[in-house]
Ligand binder design. Sequence first.
Ligand SMILES: [Zn+2]
Length: 126
Amino acid sequence: MLVCPKCKCEYEEGYTVCNDCNCKLVHGPMDTDKNISTKDKPKIIGLTGRILIFGAIFVIGIIILMNNTKLADSDMTNIMKDHGGSMDTSYYLIYLEQSIIKYRTLGCILSVLGGLGVLVNTRIRE
Ligand SMILES: [Zn+2]
């Protein structure tokens, strides 16, 4: 069995290039037992695994969102150390705001990404 490395299209022996992308075809990996094994087990495990991963991302995102002021506070401790222990109040506030925004954005992205991932994967499952 020949396979296009680009679009993964399968071709019979005798072909040399892919009709769609003009790519040189390569020999596919052992088609007979791969067809059996990829059809059942790995797909189910992969799906459950993906839901778990996205679920974890979602939870991490929510945790970051809820603790963003705490995280920003610990960031500030490090920034203060870098600045020799003291800093102008206006600078401090700017850094603090930036840290909070950073964690808030990160938390939002992670929770949205995780939530969407879980949704998409559970929909496929049904
Ligand atoms: Zn192709």
